[in-house]
Design a binder for this molecule. Structure first.
Ligand SMILES: Cc1cc2nc3c(=O)[nH]c(=O)nc-3n(C[C@H](O)[C@H](O)[C@H](O)COP(=O)(O)OP(=O)(O)OC[C@H]3O[C@@H](n4cnc5c(N)ncnc54)[C@H](O)[C@@H]3O)c2cc1C
Length: 436
């Protein structure tokens, strides 16, 4: 049998592409060597957010007196937190499997190998007219002397460990590192973050990242910026800053120095097509954004493009091109930080003029009601013509309200037009209207 589409990888890119293709009537086969849902559902977005939610509940219980509620003997059980995380993952993975069945997608469990124009899996050969590579990314392991000899964690091990280490040294202050820092700090570990750059969360708005770092410092997390880990000797980590070396003792190391595509050097056009027009690539494998929501949109763009080739009833043409103008970046710490569009740093590098409007989150009544002594800021960057270039928010629930800004930026709305929209009251999202 010849399939219309063969998809390698069952993460957000792969399952989105498969569902869309299957539902559109294309004969679709999806290969997954581990678990459906990919990194995102099994060892990324969902498990981390489930753990962070438990940490947030623990924090809320500890802070309950601030809200007139008394709770006694507040404690946690990490093995129960992990068990709940596993239950959430199982439920969502089952949901993806059901979606595949509903869409008529054939799911093959096994490692797929591409040979010329065919895919080989479990000794069987599959032929397809189009191929979509959605094989994802993996953790970068830098060649730090002594590191491999220690039982260091990557995010995978950190998600399943059932005991809180007394102290945790995190190599890398990017999104993954900072989310784990927030989690283990809440559960009482002494957390130290070592970051090579001069601020955590590279790529996010630097001012807000700095403010988040200050909040986390108040909670007891220790940060070493512009600092490199140069060697590890069991529980002793040697770091270097401005030529000065220091030894830090830690009970556990968590490595979060970035992720890289499982295949090097794949480039795609705006329809996610590689140099071979019958082969597309979406998600982390392109090494471009490394975010699940980008992967999902890229998969939609690729399948739409394929559908237009296959089925004239889809209107012909090429479909919509992938747009990276408004990809939100979110860090699910407590408090959350989220941004979309341009940062000041990027605009300065490109020499684009802009103005900044900012307001403390306390201008939102709902924020004050729900965040006793909570700090935060909403920052909006406007172009000379009044267009919204970037929106950056520190404060809960930044992850939920950033989407308003994303839509405005993607659709090219001017600040005036967004301000004229009616926002429900009282919501934290009103802060955007207030700031504009
Ligand atoms: C700890 C952590 C937290 C994260 N948190 C977030 C977050 O909050 N928000 C967010 O947007 N992103 C987050 N991410 C990133 C997110 O998980 C990825 O961007 C997303 O999973 C990428 O989707 P994908 O489909 O490209 O690849 P993946 O999800 O990596 O899926 C690829 C799949 O392909 C399979 N595969 C690979 N090769 C083959 C082969 N030859 N044959 C068969 N199958 C194969 C793999 O087994 C895997 O299941 C996080 C990542 C980590 C590690």
């Amino acid at each position: 049998m010849i399939y219309d589409i063969a998809i390698i990888g069952g993460g957000p890119a792969g399952y989105t592409a498969a569902e869309l293709a299957g539902k559109s009537g294309l004969k679709t086969v999806l290969f997954e060597k581990n678990a459906l849902g990919g990194v995102c559902l099994n060892e990324g977005c969902i498990p981390t957010k489930t753990l962070l939610y438990s940490a947030k509940v623990f924090n809320t219980a500890k802070d309950s007196a601030k809200y007139g509620i008394s709770c006694e003997n507040i404690n946690y059980d990490l093995s129960k937190i992990i068990a709940r995380k596993n239950k959430v993952v199982r439920k969502l993975v089952a949901g993806i499997r059901a979606k595949m069945t509903e869409a008529g997608v054939e799911v093959v469990t096994g490692e797929a190998i591409i040979k010329e124009t065919t895919v080989i899996c479990n000794g069987q050969t599959y032929e397809a007219k189009k191929l979509i590579l959605c094989a994802g990314s993996e953790t970068v392991i830098p060649p730090i002397p002594g590191l491999k000899e220690t039982g260091f964690w990557t995010s995978r091990e950190a998600l399943d460990n059932k005991e809180v280490p007394e102290s945790l040294l995190i190599i890398g202050g990017g999104v993954i590192g900072i989310e784990f820092a927030s989690f283990f700090n809440t559960l009482g570990a002494k957390v130290v973050v070592v970051e090579m750059l001069d601020e955590i969360l590279g790529g996010m708005d630097k001012e807000l990242s700095g403010l988040l770092r200050q909040e986390l410092t108040k909670k007891g997390i220790e940060f070493h910026l512009t600092t490199k880990v140069i060697s590890v000797n069991n529980n002793q980590v040697e770091i270097e800053k401005d030529g000065e070396k220091q030894l830090i003792h830690t009970s556990q190391i968590l490595l979060s120095a970035g992720r890289k595509p499982v295949l090097k050097g794949i480039t795609v056009n705006e329809y996610m097509q590689t140099s071979n027009p019958n082969i597309y690539a979406c998600g982390d494998i392109t090494g471009f954004s490394l975010l699940a929501h980008t992967a999902v949109r890229e998969a939609e763009v690729a399948v739409e493009h394929i559908l237009r080739n296959f089925s004239p009833s889809c209107g012909g043409g090429r479909g919509e091109a992938m747009s990276y103008k408004a990809i939100p970046g979110v860090v699910y710490t407590n408090p959350e930080i989220a941004g979309v569009g341009q940062t000041e740093e990027a605009l300065q590098t490109e020499g684009i003029p802009y103005t900044v409007k900012r307001l403390p989150m306390a201008y939102s009544g709902r924020f004050v009601a729900e965040n006793e002594q909570g700090n935060g800021v909403c920052k909006i960057i406007e172009g000379e013509d009044g267009s919204i270039l970037g929106v950056h928010i520190l404060g809960n629930p930044a992850s939920e309200i950033i989407v308003i800004a994303g839509i405005a930026i993607e659709k090219g709305m001017k600040a005036e037009a967004l301000k004229a929209m009616v926002f429900p009251h009282p919501t934290v999202g009103e802060i955007i209207k207030e700031t504009l």
